[in-house]
Design a protein around this ligand. Structure first.
Ligand code: HH2
Length: 280
């Protein structure tokens, strides 16, 4: 499996799945909006996620849920900087969920090491920044923009189109000077996709392997799980965990989740049950 290097350390590629804990410092995120807007609540949450077993944290100051509008860079920074500054002391890499080069620059200066870009490093300024700072990045696929992406998502062949687009973005990032090992790719579950598209992408996740980057997947609490099970947001823990395991079984190395403790339990059990795992 491809390695994902973050600040000189492998965060994937050694056979151990990794958990990215979600920390949304926003008033309006789809599942935890408003809960961690206060910096001290967000910092407490960061401690808790790491104590529960998160291998890295993804801090975001802008919701990208369907229908959401962009948040100004200054406001994103006001929300996330105190949280990043406090969280770097926790000893796990900090990722920042942004597409804005200004937000990214300040977040990296405050100690973040990964830019998680739901727009797949489309902005050349963001590619240059990641290259120059030797940061790592997540290149995610999204059709359209959050405001309109769920209106009528359409693909002729979702798996091939997502794979080809990610491949193109990775080549652009490499051409800008970012080492391939610094990049992880993400099919962008729920970003301009119907339930059928999301299921196809998870079922055929191994189609992304030829790109040669570690694969990250975020299914946690998402709407397609509600459509599958009939469960509302608070009751999507089981489908979230099961879908994370399914993604790992098909080649993902990192899962982005809200419920770290439950995902950690599931991963440890699942890992121990692999036929290749030596007895301890
Ligand atoms: N999903 C969300 C946000 N960022 N980043 C990556 N790489 N992959 C994802 O699947 C992904 C992401 C949406 O989830 P959440 O952060 O919980 O909600 P919101 O965007 O409303 O803050």
């Amino acid at each position: 499996m491809p390695r994902w290097m973050v600040n000189g350390r492998a965060l994937a590629g050694d056979g151990m799945p990794r958990i990215m804990g979600i920390l949304n410092v926003t008033p309006d995120s789809f599942s935890d909006g408003g809960r961690y807007l206060d910096p001290s609540a967000a910092i407490d949450r960061a401690h808790r996620l790491v104590a529960e077993g998160a291998d890295l944290l993804d801090v975001g100051g802008e919701s990208t849920r369907p229908g959401s509008l962009p948040v100004a860079a200054a406001e994103q920074l006001r929300r996330i900087l105190p949280v990043i500054e406090a969280s770097v002391r926790l000893g796990v890499p900090i990722s920042v969920d942004t597409s804005d080069p200004l937000v990214a620059r300040h977040a990296l200066a405050a100690g973040a090491q990964i830019i998680n870009d739901v727009r797949g490093l489309r902005d050349p300024a963001l590619r240059t920044l990641v290259a120059e700072t030797q940061a790592s990045a997540v290149v995610m696929h999204m059709q359209g923009d959050p405001e309109i992406m769920q209106r009528n998502p359409h693909y002729n062949d979702v798996v091939t189109e997502v794979r080809d687009w990610l491949q193109h973005q990775v080549e652009q990032a490499v051409a800008a000077g970012i080492p391939r090992t610094h990049l992880a790719i993400d099919p962008g579950i729920g970003f301009g996709k119907t339930t059928a598209h999301n299921l196809a992408l998870i079922r055929q996740l191994d189609a992304l392997a030829p790109i040669g980057c570690a694969i990250l997947v975020g299914t946690s609490r998402k709407r397609f799980l509600g459509e599958l099970t009939g469960r509302d947001l608070p009751d999507r823990l089981v489908p979230s965990v099961v879908s994370a395991l399914a993604a790992l079984a098909r080649g993902a190395s990192i899962v982005r989740v809200h419920d770290v403790a439950a995902t950690r339990d599931a991963l440890q059990t699942w890992h121990a049950l692999q036929p290749t795992e030596p007895l301890r």
